[in-house]
Design a protein around this ligand. Structure first.
Ligand SMILES: [Zn+2]
Length: 85
């Protein structure tokens, strides 16, 4: 793998993409948190697209993020992030 490009795996479709193109979701005090700086510590989960977000919502897969409570509000926020590019 080319290590000049920092790629991450989307937890829905399992494709690898440059992390700059993805949304990083981390945990903050037991709640899901959108890490826009891509710098907060701990484990992050990455989503590549609005499609994957929709899939994750439908299958409730997003609720399997370790130890996170994920609100509908948060998911709406993620969706608008993808829509706004
Ligand atoms: Zn994906």
């Amino acid at each position: 793998m080319n290590d000049k490009v920092n790629v991450r795996m989307c937890f829905v479709c399992r494709n690898y993409l440059p992390k700059e193109k993805m949304l990083r979701i981390t945990k903050n005090n037991g709640e899901a948190f959108l890490d826009k700086s891509l710098k907060s510590g701990g484990r992050g989960s990455y989503l590549c697209s609005a499609e994957c977000l929709k899939k994750a919502r439908k299958t409730k897969r997003i609720n399997s993020l370790p130890g996170c409570s994920v609100s509908e509000e948060f998911l709406d926020k993620l969706e608008s992030e993808f829509e706004n590019g």
